[in-house]
Design a binder for this molecule. Structure first.
Ligand code: MCN
Ligand code: CUN
Length: 830
């Protein structure tokens, strides 16, 4: 699509049925940080460390407690679960993206020895309308279809057999008669409503919702007065989370206890249990969801997919445990799809090159159901963070959601609820504007950044950024890479006809949902929880409402508790993922664990510390006010030899506590954050482009991240390494492609390209530390930052190398073929 055509005019006048939602109008969404806390905000390069190595509190590079079991192959994943009498389930999938189902004949399959059941949509309907399920966005999605299929590889029916191979073989004996229907794949075509994807809905339109943030009037005014306006259309393609472990479940229904025990690859076990209970009518205490070790989630294991529901139903129907494990190509074709935003962005600047406004129209291709993983009130997630790190007067962001004949998309891919799309857009636009003005992209950013003294900063789309020092991060990245020298080298190379580019991305992330008054999933409020129990001998167990999929929670939560209570981190076992034992929580995604459950751990520990003080005062026969805390003990002010350690206090809590006080030493906290946290960073990427092949070689990549106070620098560095590689992937390699019939052309790893160690450059990482003023230990989330920040740095570097030739933009993934063609179009040969 060319820049001149504005496909979005066809959306003019479209509104959501309950009216457009203006974030900025809803000031109640954004609470100021508590007064006086901004004094805590200082930028330093040093990690805070206040406990000795024997305790291993915050700031220590403790090796991950979970790794010995992972690196020895002793993890316990869903596919490791084997129960007596267990059956296996496999799924018949549609070869059409849109077709009527005329008949499903399972009679031949049912004759195969070992096949116990075939379950169809009709069966689910009879079982209580279980053929439909709610999505996270309050839309509906077919579990198994009755009338028609709406995407390629859609689940048609399932086979349950005594062995996995029998189930797989039986699929071929199920005969399904289809009548193909016209297919709509292009979301702009879908808006014409010539082919209706969801004719189960009364509206008979593919347009799902319209959503806005910021002020259109104020933005129009700013654009009217602008000295320079740049405009760019860009597509952020559909990509797919490719965790090492695919999705799977073992469902175990007992007719004796009437209890449904489920082992499931779930990033949010409690939320899934509640939804299962509400949809099925099974009492919630009769459902236990256990998320064992998870081999990568990255957002793909937030939603409920049809296979999960069928597996649970299969166990109820047969009265035996049933296992379902997706194979690799099913995973790559049927679920865990993210992005697919078509964006037209305009940026305005005044005569001094200050950004004044941003106008963005976006079409979100949701596929056949709006199954995106976003908080309920935010159909486009936190996309309105789109003004990024730049201070500007006005912005207006409009997004429309549309159905197409693709599997449900918009799921999540290390994205912070659509922040990846926003960051790609604003960072590309900042570069385009800088180049258009003839300014250096680094200087342009330094000039336009929100300044440290402006925090807490109120953005034109209604956010309140908690803290930041963007110039510090960019300056550090520039020093590290020797930016000015690189620019000089680039000039020299360009004179020789060589193509070298330097790209910057100075992103602002937003993570840590709640606050619960604004953020919920299907009505379940987004807080999170921690429960700490200290045993008589001073050892502890801590349980959380979140669920690690590889982020190292067993280590870092223990370190938070070690920091607060002085209990060695090695003495604190961390458990997550079992709904029968863990306190209720919303799970791990959107880099929310540190901002929410991490804060809950602090608050629970502080409750324990307060009780410990009472016990210490009793034991030492002094008043509570005479005591002060010192690393791992309450001691008498002025005479530190009179002290009780946390271990001594724990023992007394069960053996010698004051009369009238409850025994034991434990506490639970449900933490509802006052605001989100806003981590940020500046990345600089240097590329060399091969004129003969169009290949982009990343020569250097410097990443400076700021996630506030750091709990474990080693874990954070691991998150950044992995996250950067996951950002490289969509920048240069990954894209799910459908043909005009809706068939997935990238259904294997031969066609869907993932970077390996060979394609991955050496990541050079650095940090600044700007604590969050409202988080109890000043920490912000970090898990997604690098994946959010990296793609535009790479794209900007490539365009920077080609700008002088007349190239203004390249959509990701930037493949050698795209670059090679552009070079030829712009008159470059070898
Ligand atoms: N951390 C820290 N100091 C900070 C911030 C975080 O030490 N200031 C540590 C935390 O204690 C935690 C880890 O870094 O051990 C990540 O913390 P956080 O940023 O709070 O993110 P979450 O734990 O909520 O993890 C979610 C995030 C997301 S949304 C995706 S997607 C993603 C990611 O984490 N998926 C991952 N990283 C992943 N890493 C692995 N190995 N596997 C995944 O599936
Ligand atoms: Cu956006 S992917 Mo992570 O939220 O599980």
């Amino acid at each position: 699509m060319s820049d001149q055509e504005d496909p979005f005019t066809m959306l003019d006048g479209r509104k959501n049925s309950d009216g457009a939602r203006h974030l900025a109008d809803r000031t109640e969404y954004h609470t100021p940080a508590p007064a006086g806390t901004s004094a805590m905000v200082e930028t330093t390069h040093d990690v805070r460390m206040s406990t000795p190595a024997s305790i291993c509190g915050m700031g220590h590079r403790m090796k991950r407690k979970e790794d010995p079991r992972f690196i020895q192959g002793k993890g316990n994943y869903v596919d490791d679960i084997k129960l007596p009498g267990m059956l296996y389930m496999d799924i018949v999938r549609s070869p059409y993206a849109h077709a009527k189902i005329l008949k499903i004949d399972a009679s031949a399959a049912l004759k195969i020895p070992g096949v116990l059941a075939v379950i169809t949509g009709e069966d689910l309907k009879k079982a209580g309308n279980l053929h439909w399920m709610p999505t996270l966005m309050s839309d509906t999605q077919m579990v198994l279809p009755i009338e028609k299929v709406v995407y390629y590889a859609q689940e048609i029916c399932v086979v349950v057999a005594t062995e996995r191979y029998i189930a797989a073989d039986a699929l071929e004996h199920i005969v399904v008669d289809y009548e193909p229907l016209p297919v709509v794949i292009n979301p702009f075509e879908a808006l014409k409503d010539e082919v209706i994807v969801r004719d189960d809905k009364p509206e008979k339109t593919n347009h799902i919702w319209h959503w806005e943030a910021g002020s259109q009037e104020a933005t129009d005014r700013v654009f009217d007065q602008a000295a320079t306006v740049v405009k760019q259309y860009m597509h952020i393609p559909r990509i797919h989370v490719s965790s090492i472990e695919t999705c799977g479940m073992v469902a175990d229904y007992s007719k004796i206890t009437n209890k449904l025990r489920i082992f499931m690859t779930s990033q949010a076990p409690h939320a899934h249990r509640t939804v299962f209970a509400l949809v099925s009518g099974i009492p919630e205490q009769k459902i236990q969801i256990i998320s064992p070790d998870i081999g990568g989630g990255f957002g793909g294991k937030v939603p409920v997919y049809p296979g999960y529901v069928c597996c649970a139903v299969a166990s109820i129907v047969t009265g035996r445990p049933v296992k379902w494990i997706e194979d690799r190509s099913e995973n790559l074709q049927a679920d865990s799809f993210a992005r697919d935003y078509h964006i037209t962005a305009e940026m305005a600047a005044d005569k001094d090159g200050h950004i004044t406004g941003l106008r963005v129209r976006t079409l979100a291709d949701n596929g056949a159901a709006d199954a995106a993983a976003n908080p309920s009130k935010f159909p486009a997630g936190l996309y309105s963070i789109a003004t990024g790190s730049y201070d500007m007067q006005a912005a207006h962001i409009a997004v429309d959601g549309v159905y197409t004949n693709k599997p449900p998309g918009g799921v999540a891919y290390r994205c912070s609820f659509r922040v990846t799309e926003a960051v790609h857009m604003i960072e590309r636009m900042a570069d385009i504007m800088a180049h258009q003005l003839g300014e250096d992209p680094a200087d342009f950013r330094l000039k336009n950044f929100i300044k440290p003294e402006q925090f807490p900063y109120k953005s034109p789309t209604g956010w309140e950024y908690d803290s930041g020092n963007y110039a510090a991060a960019l300056n550090l990245a520039m020093e590290t890479i020797d930016y000015r020298a690189l620019r000089q080298e680039q000039l020299e190379k360009r004179a020789r006809g060589e193509l070298m580019g330097i790209g910057i991305s100075s992103f602002t992330e937003v993570v840590g949902a709640g606050p619960s008054r604004d953020y919920d999933i299907l009505g379940i409020k987004m807080f999170d929880s921690a429960e700490i129990r200290i045993h008589p001998t001073g050892k502890a167990i801590a349980r959380f409402g979140t669920k690690s999929q590889g982020q190292g929670h067993e280590t870092t939560y223990a370190q938070i508790i070690a920091e607060e209570l002085g209990l060695p981190a090695f003495d604190v076992d961390v458990e997550e993922g079992d709904t029968d034992t863990a306190p209720y929580g919303l799970g791990t995604y959107a880099s929310r664990s540190t901002p929410t459950a991490g804060a809950a751990a602090v608050m629970a520990a502080r409750k324990i510390k307060a009780k410990a003080r009472k016990i210490a005062a009793y034991l030492l026969e002094v008043g509570e006010d005479d005591l002060e805390w010192n690393v791992d003990r309450w001691q008498v002010k002025g005479s530190p030899e009179q002290a009780k350690t946390i271990q001594e206090i724990a023992f007394a809590a069960y053996t010698n506590h004051p009369q009238g006080m409850e025994a034991g030493l434990e506490a639970t906290d449900y933490y509802d954050p006052p605001n989100l946290t806003f981590p940020f960073g500046s990345y600089i990427c240097v590329v060399d482009i091969d004129k003969g092949t169009g290949e982009v070689k990343i020569r250097r990549f410097v990443a400076v991240d700021d996630c506030g106070n750091i709990i474990n620098p080693l874990v954070v560095e691991g998150q950044i390494h992995g996250g950067l590689t996951m950002g490289l992937a969509p920048a240069l390699f990954e894209e799910i492609v459908y043909d005009e019939n809706g068939t997935n052309l990238t259904g294997t790893f031969a066609d869907y390209l993932l970077p390996t160690a060979v394609e991955t450059p050496k990541w050079e990482i650095g940090k600044t530390i700007t604590p969050s003023p409202h988080h109890p230990i000043g920490a912000k989330g970090v898990g997604e930052s690098p994946t959010v920040g990296a793609p535009p740095a790479i794209a900007n570097a490539v365009v920077d190398a080609l700008w002088h030739l007349g190239v203004r933009h390249i959509d990701i993934p930037i493949t050698p073929m795209k670059v090679w063609k552009l070079l030829r179009e712009h008159g470059v040969t070898d």
